[in-house]
Design a protein around this ligand. Sequence first.
Ligand SMILES: Nc1ncnc2c1ncn2[C@@H]1O[C@H](COP(=O)(O)OP(=O)(O)OP(=O)(O)O)[C@@H](O)[C@H]1O
Ligand SMILES: [Mg+2]
Length: 216
Amino acid sequence: MSLFLNVANVFKQYEGKSILQNCSYDFKEVGIYGLIGPNGGGKSTFLRICSLLESPDRGAVTYTSEGRAVSPDLALKRRITMVQPKVGVFNTSVFRNVAYGLKIRGVPSRLIKEKVLGALDHVGLPHKKDQNALTLSSGETQRLGLARALVVEPEVLFLDEPTASIDPQNTAVIEEIIRKLKREARTLIVMATHDMEQVQRITDRVLRMEQGRISG
Ligand SMILES: Nc1ncnc2c1ncn2[C@@H]1O[C@H](COP(=O)(O)OP(=O)(O)OP(=O)(O)O)[C@@H](O)[C@H]1O
Ligand SMILES: [Mg+2]
């Protein structure tokens, strides 16, 4: 039972300035969607609105399952995750940072341990589990963000520049994780990136966002 997303005629302003202008896109297949375009073009804003972290001024963001609209409640929000580069590291261990999403979902602690260690292993951070998350390097912090998303097994995953400050070797690891999520977990993935080679390597479709409008 996959979750799909339809974005219809979305507008957004900040402080009277138009950021998104009539954005529409039908994410109707599982796949990796690349979102490209210049700085300030509206990519991050679009991802926050798609992931229900923010509301559009006008227009609709509708999730569907088996052809029917799913109401935008907490249960739906828990099936969707967004990884933002600078957001949401708690002043506690790496382990607890990853465990948080499972705790609030009421997962039993034995299972939490297994899943957290599995997710840290996946992103190459198992040796950091007891370190305070605020002391990680920027690339490690980005990988922590990904581990926090992976651990809750989202059906739709939004990634805002997931490899922006990551070295080539770890970028390859993360790209493989993203591919595997699509292939094995059938996750719908929307990823903003400035890395055009990455777009070539892993995306199935490309959306270009410029001055608040989508093309492509
Ligand atoms: N909360 C906010 N308040 C005011 N302006 C904002 C806010 N969030 C974003 N903006 C502005 O909206 C515009 C689009 O920003 P956004 O972060 O969506 O662009 P982007 O395409 O992700 O850019 P980048 O490639 O640099 O990440 C920018 O001009 C930004 O300054
Ligand atoms: Mg951005």
